[in-house]
Design a protein around this ligand. Structure first.
Ligand code: HEM
Length: 221
């Protein structure tokens, strides 16, 4: 039937689905669900450790999985703004702070797994090891950069700093992402294994490239 003859109540599928997603994103259940989803990797590692199913080298699995989740969460956090602009689902902004804090949480867990399982919680040995291994030094820089971001992610800090200064400070997340990628690349280069690194590099190139393109368009206009 030609579109002009369709009954007025017949609406197209995709816009209806998009509306449902937008409503779901605004719902009161969305944040608790995100909490659950973000805690699933930790729950699966704790479960694996208790059930002894983390493989032949559980310490390595714990350190690597928490590192993987830190990098994944950086990418997911950075994907919020482009997704908002492309889809028009502005309610996505509600989740950015929580995702950023979970990124930091997994980064701290990753560091603690290393300090505990690789370094035996020996603070002196840990501090000596960091500058000795460049890939660890780069990872430490990435984590330290997240500290001011996590500690100023609350409304009172935003008010105290002012929106512009707060935004400028929070651009450090781009450096964290790049350093996290370099850390991963450096670690894998010792094994000549770049397949996963290439995937993260492509994702980050897209996410940061989109921002660079928008910045260029704003300033070229
Ligand atoms: C103080 C900070 C950090 C330390 C000490 C550290 C240390 C380590 C260590 C020891 C490994 C395992 C190396 C191996 O098994 O040979 C590792 C792997 C990894 N780290 Fe970190 N890291 C830090 C921060 C970060 C941060 C901030 C990110 C992400 C943004 C990150 C992402 C990763 C990734 C993706 C891996 C590889 C996981 C895999 O092979 O699947 N690390 N890190």
């Amino acid at each position: 039937m030609p579109a002009a003859q369709q009954a007025p109540h017949v609406t197209k599928g995709p816009p209806q689905a998009a509306g449902a997603v937008a409503r779901a994103l605004r719902s009161a259940l969305a944040k608790p669900l995100l909490w659950l989803l973000a805690l699933l990797p930790l729950a699966s590692l704790v479960w694996g450790a208790a059930a002894n199913t983390l493989g032949a080298n559980p310490a390595e699995t714990l350190i690597r999985s928490t590192g993987d989740w830190t990098l994944r969460l950086v990418c997911i956090t950075l994907a919020i703004t482009p997704l908002r602009h492309i889809t028009g689902w502005h309610a996505l902004a509600r989740f950015r702070r929580l995702l950023g804090l979970f990124t930091f949480f997994y980064g701290v867990l990753h560091f603690l797994c290393y300090a505990w399982l690789d370094m035996g919680l020996d603070l002196g040995a840990t501090l000596r090891d960091i500058p000795k291994r460049p890939f660890i030094l780069v990872g430490t820089a990435a984590l330290l950069l997240m500290v001011p971001l996590a500690t100023t992610s609350f409304n009172r800090a935003i008010q105290a700093l002012g929106a512009q200064r707060w935004q400028a400070l929070h651009r450090a997340v781009y450096a964290t992402a790049m350093l996290g990628l370099l850390h991963f690349f450096w670690m894998r280069s010792a094994k000549n294994n770049f397949a996963e690194v290439a995937v993260y590099a492509a994702v980050l190139a897209l996410l940061l490239g989109w921002r660079a393109w928008r910045w260029w368009r704003r300033h070229a206009a």
